[in-house]
Design a protein around this ligand. Structure first.
Ligand SMILES: [Fe+2]
Length: 523
C-alpha cells in the first residue's frame, strides 16, 4: 500500500502517512483506483471531531464533514483493543486529531484523515447555518477555566525573552506621534523572540483560529522595573506582530485619534464621564457585546479602575446554537444582511451578522451601535422588529453563556472576532480624573488590531470584500485601510432626545446594565 501511496500525488498525505497509524477497515486495502488518484488536499485541518454511538463525525477545513464508522477508525488506535471497539474521545491537537479507545490512543494527521474520508467516510454535506455549529469554537464562560490558554502564565525565561526583545526594539523604534506614545508596527526581526517563546505564540495563534478563539496571558511584565510605558507599548506591538499583521485601527465615524483612529496602538481610557461619548472622546460607558472590525482584537491592562470596567466575553457560535434551538426564526434573521453605519459608498454598509466561511468555520461581524446609528441615515434599509429582537438575543444569551472579569494590570487577551463577542461594563474614575486630569491615572488598556497569519478565508461576496478589503485567509485585511476608502461619510441625524442603545428592548438593555454574566471570574 505504501508503494501505491508513493505513486500518488499527495505528498502531504504521504509525509504524514509515514508517521501515523494505518486507518483501514478490517481486511480491506484501499482500491487501486482510489490510491492511484489520491487527491492532494494540501494541509487540511480538523474543525471538529465528535464521537457518538458507533461513529465519529469529523469536519475539515476544506468545508467538508464526514461520518466515520468508529470500529473502522479504531483500527488506527495502537495497543490492546476492547472487544467492542468504539472511539470514546477525540481531541484536536494542532494539525492532528487524537482518538482514544479505552486507555489506548492514536494521533492522526488531519490531511491523511481527509484523504481517507473519500473512501471510508459518509459525506455529511456542506455545513449549514440551519444546523448547530460544532467544535471547540462553541464554549461557555464556565468552560474557560478548563482552557490551558485562559489565565496562561508565562515562565520567567519567557518574560526575560520579552524584555530583551523590547530592549532590542527600543534601539530602532519609530514613533507614530510626536509625543512618542504610539510605536510604528514592528517586523518579526525588529522584535526577535527566542524559539520557545515564538513556538508558544504560534501555538496561541492556533488556539485563536482553530480552538476556542481566545487566549489570556495573566502575567505580562507591565510593572517590570526595566519597562516604562513607552517600552510596554513597544513590547505589546512587537508581541502582536508574532500573531499577525498589526492593522491600523478605526474608530467608527468618530475618526478620533484618541480612540486609535489610524493608529497601530490604541489607548483605552476615559477622557470624560457619562453614557454617551461626545466630540470623539472616550467615556467610561458600557458597551454591549460586539466585534471590532478586524480579525483579532487584543487588549493589555496597565491600570484598573477604582471599580467596575469588567470585560465580557462570549462564544458567538454558542449564542447562535442556543438561538437556533430556542428561536430558529431569529437565528435565520442573523444570516440576513443588515445595514450598519460609517463605511461604504453612501456612509453605510450591508453585511449579515453571521456567516459560514469556505473553510466551514463561523464568522460574525456586529456592533449594536453601528446598527442603531444606521437607523438615522436616510438611505439605509431600516432594521425590522425581528432583526432587532435577534440582536437583543445576542446580548441576552451572551450574558447567560459568557463570562466577565476585570482585567488586572498585566493581563492581556487576544480574541478572534469571527467567533468571540466582547463587551464591557462602565467604571468609576479616580479623584484625579474627576478634576479633569485625564490619562495619568485610572483604567488604562492598550489595544492592538491584528490580522493573523493563519486567519480563515471569508465568504467571497461583495459585501465581505467591502468590509475586509480582501477575503483571502492570512491576508492583511480589515481595520482602517478599508474604513478610509469611504472618505467622509454622512453623520446620523439623531433626534435631540435620542438615548444610546434605545433602538433595543429596554428590558434587555436594563439586564445588560444591571446584571452580570452568569460566570464571573475573579482575579
Ligand atoms: Fe470593541
Amino acid at each position: 500500500m505504501l508503494s501505491a501511496l508513493r505513486s500518488s500525488s499527495s505528498r502531504a498525505a504521504l509525509r504524514s502517512f509515514a508517521s501515523n497509524p494505518v486507518i483501514l477497515p478490517a481486511g480491506r486495502t484501499l482500491s487501486t483506483a482510489f490510491t492511484d488518484s489520491l487527491p492532494d488536499y494540501g494541509t487540511v485541518r480538523v474543525r471538529f471531531a465528535e464521537p457518538s454511538q458507533g461513529h465519529v463525525d469529523v469536519g475539515f477545513t476544506d468545508g467538508s464533514s464526514w461520518r466515520f464508522d468508529s470500529s473502522w477508525l479504531s483500527r488506527a488506535v495502537s495497543g490492546p483493543k476492547p472487544s467492542a471497539a468504539a472511539i470514546s474521545g477525540a481531541k484536536l491537537d494542532g494539525e492532528s486529531v487524537t482518538f482514544t479507545v479505552g486507555d489506548a490512543a492514536a494521533t492522526v494527521d488531519g490531511s491523511v484523515l481527509r484523504t481517507y474520508a473519500d473512501e471510508g467516510g459518509v459525506d455529511l454535506g456542506p455545513p449549514s447555518l440551519l444546523e448547530p455549529i460544532r467544535g471547540p469554537a462553541v464554549w461557555t464562560g464556565a468552560e474557560l477555566a478548563d482552557s490551558p490558554w485562559w489565565g496562561h502564565h508565562l515562565s520567567e525565561a519567557e518574560i526575560d525573552d520579552l524584555v530583551s526583545a523590547t530592549k532590542h526594539a527600543m534601539q530602532t523604534v519609530r514613533w507614530r506621534d510626536a509625543s512618542c506614545t504610539v510605536p510604528e508596527p514592528l517586523s518579526l526581526e525588529e522584535f526577535p523572540l527566542g524559539q520557545p517563546m515564538a513556538n508558544k505564540l504560534a501555538s496561541l495563534a492556533d488556539e485563536l483560529e482553530y480552538g476556542k478563539g481566545l487566549a489570556m496571558i495573566r502575567n505580562m511584565p507591565t510593572s517590570h522595573p526595566a519597562l516604562d510605558e513607552q517600552s510596554l507599548a513597544v513590547m505589546y506591538v512587537g508581541l502582536s506582530a508574532h500573531i499577525g499583521h498589526v492593522v491600523m485601527q478605526s474608530s467608527s465615524g468618530l475618526r478620533s485619534v484618541s480612540r486609535g483612529y489610524g493608529m497601530p496602538l490604541g489607548r483605552i481610557q476615559a477622557e470624560m464621564t457619562g453614557e454617551t461619548p461626545k466630540g470623539g472622546l472616550q467615556t467610561n460607558n458600557a458597551f454591549r457585546l460586539h466585534t471590532d472590525r478586524c480579525d483579532v482584537i487584543s487588549l493589555m491592562s496597565l491600570r484598573a479602575a477604582p471599580s467596575g470596567g469588567a470585560s465580557r466575553l462570549a462564544s458567538a457560535p454558542a449564542i447562535f446554537n442556543a438561538l437556533l434551538e430556542r428561536a430558529p426564526h431569529l437565528a435565520a434573521v442573523l444570516a440576513q444582511p443588515i445595514d450598519r453605519i460609517w463605511e461604504g459608498e453612501n456612509g453605510y454598509f450591508r453585511l449579515p451578522v453571521v456567516g459560514l466561511t469556505p473553510s466551514g468555520q463561523f464568522t460574525t461581524q456586529f456592533s449594536p451601535s453601528y446598527v442603531e446609528n444606521a437607523q438615522f441615515l436616510e438611505d439605509t434599509v431600516k432594521a425590522t422588529p425581528e432583526q432587532i429582537a435577534a440582536l437583543d438575543a445576542i446580548e441576552e444569551i451572551g450574558l447567560e453563556l459568557g463570562a466577565e472579569f476585570v482585567m488586572q494590570p498585566g493581563m492581556l487577551f487576544f480574541l478572534n472576532n469571527h467567533q468571540v463577542y466582547h463587551g464591557r461594563g462602565n467604571w468609576s474614575v479616580t479623584d484625579s480624573e474627576k478634576t479633569g486630569d485625564w490619562g495619568n491615572s485610572g483604567r488604562l488598556l492598550f489595544r492592538t488590531w491584528i490580522s493573523p497569519y493563519n486567519s480563515r478565508p471569508l465568504p467571497d461576496t461583495d459585501q465581505y470584500r467591502t468590509v475586509w478589503g480582501t477575503v483571502a485567509g492570512g491576508a492583511l485585511r480589515g481595520g482602517w485601510d478599508q474604513a478610509i476608502k469611504s472618505g467622509e461619510v454622512p453623520k446620523p441625524k439623531f433626534p435631540d432626545d435620542h438615548v444610546y442603545y434605545s433602538l433595543f428592548d429596554d428590558r434587555v438593555q436594563q439586564l445588560s446594565m444591571t446584571t452580570t454574566c452568569a460566570t464571573v471570574l475573579r482575579y
